[in-house]
Design a protein around this ligand. Structure first.
Ligand code: NAD
Length: 270
C-alpha cells in the first residue's frame, strides 16, 4: 500500500461521511440532535429540520456544529405537512445540494388506551411517525434519482416495531408500519443506488420519556426490562445511524439494527 493510499484510508476512517449532505428530521432534541452532531463530526453537511417553535434551538445547534468545524443549516417543516416537506427539500437542494442521506427521526408518543383514544390522538401519532417518513422519503428519493446520486434513508423505528406495548397502539402501529414501509422501499429503491435501513432504539435518555425517567419506580421497572440493566444514551443511537449511513454498510439494506441493550431479546417484555 502506498503512502497516499494510507493517508486516504485514514481520512475516510476519520470522516466516513465526508462530502455527504444529510437531513435529520426533528433534529433539535434527543436522538435527532445527537444524530446531527455525529453526522457533522463524521464529515456530512447537515440540514437541521425543526418545527416552528424550535427555531431558536435549531439556530443554536447550527452555530454549535459550525463552531466545531462542520457545515449546517436549519430548515423549518412539520414533517406531516406535504407542502412544507416539499419546500424543505427544494430549499435544501438550493442551499447545500441534493440530500443523499435522510434520517427520519421526528416522532411523538403519548400513552392512551384504545377505549379512551380519540381519532385526533391516533392521527397525530400516525401522521408524525409514519406519514412524515413517507413524505420525506419520497422527496429525498425523487431528488437522488433525478440527480443520479446514490443515497441512504435511515428510519428511526423503535423496539416497538416488534414488541407490542399496551397503551401505545398508535405508536406501535406507526413503528411497525414504518418498518415494513422501510423494507418495501429498500426493495423498490435497491437498483437505484438507494439503501433504506432501520435503526431501532430501546429505552434512551431523551425528552420523549422524561416522565418515566423522572419517576423512580417507573425508571426501575424500565431498567428491569433491559438485559444490560441501563438506559441508553442518544449518542449510542447516533453512532449506529452513522455506521448504517456509511459505506461500511454498503451491502446492508432493509435491515433493522436494534440498539437497545438487548431489550427486544428479553422474554419478560410484553
Ligand atoms: P424527542 O422528543 O427528544 O425528539 C422528537 C423530535 O421530533 C423533537 O425535536 C420534535 O420537535 C420533533 N417533531 C415532533 N413532531 C414533529 C413534526 N411533526 N415535524 C417535525 N419535527 C417533529 O424524542 P427522541 O427520543 O429523541 O425521539 C426521536 C425518535 O426516536 C422518535 O421517532 C422516537 O419514536 C424514537 N425512539 C425514541 C426512543 C427513546 O427511548 N427515546 C425509543 C425508541 C424510539
Amino acid at each position: 500500500m502506498s503512502d497516499s493510499d494510507t493517508t486516504e484510508a485514514e481520512a475516510t476512517a476519520a470522516q466516513p461521511l465526508a462530502g455527504r449532505r444529510a437531513l435529520v428530521t426533528g433534529a433539535t432534541s434527543g436522538i435527532g440532535r445527537a444524530c446531527a452532531q455525529r453526522l457533522a463530526a463524521d464529515g456530512a453537511t447537515v440540514v437541521v429540520n425543526h418545527r416552528e417553535h424550535s427555531a431558536d434551538d435549531a439556530d443554536e445547534l447550527v452555530a454549535e456544529l459550525e463552531a466545531a468545524g462542520g457545515r449546517a443549516i436549519a430548515l423549518v417543516a412539520d414533517v406531516s405537512d406535504e407542502a412544507a416537506v416539499r419546500k424543505m427539500f427544494v430549499d435544501a437542494a438550493e442551499q447545500v445540494g441534493v440530500i443523499d442521506l435522510l434520517v427520519n427521526n421526528a416522532g411523538v408518543e403519548e400513552q392512551v388506551e384504545l377505549m379512551d383514544m380519540s381519532l385526533d390522538q391516533w392521527h397525530t401519532v400516525i401522521e408524525t411517525n409514519l406519514t412524515g417518513p413517507f413524505l420525506c422519503s419520497r422527496e429525498a428519493a425523487r431528488g437522488m434519482v433525478e440527480a443520479g446520486v446514490p443515497g441512504v434513508i435511515v428510519n428511526i423505528t423503535s423496539v416497538h416495531e416488534r414488541i407490542p406495548w399496551p397503551g401505545f397502539s398508535h405508536y406501535c402501529a406507526s413503528k411497525g408500519g414504518l418498518k415494513l414501509m422501510s423494507q418495501t422501499l429498500a426493495r423498490e429503491l435497491a437498483t437505484k443506488g438507494i439503501r433504506v435501513v432501520q435503526v431501532a432504539p430501546g429505552a434512551i435518555v431523551t425528552p420523549i420519556n422524561k416522565d418515566v425517567l423522572e419517576d423512580e419506580e417507573k425508571h426501575a421497572e424500565l431498567i428491569a426490562q433491559v438485559p444490560m440493566a441501563r438506559i441508553g444514551e442518544a449518542p449510542e443511537i447516533a453512532a449506529a445511524v452513522s455506521w448504517m449511513a456509511s459505506d461500511q454498510a454498503s451491502y446492508v439494506t432493509g435491515e433493522t439494527l436494534f440498539v437497545d441493550g438487548g431489550m427486544q431479546l428479553y422474554p419478560g417484555v410484553t
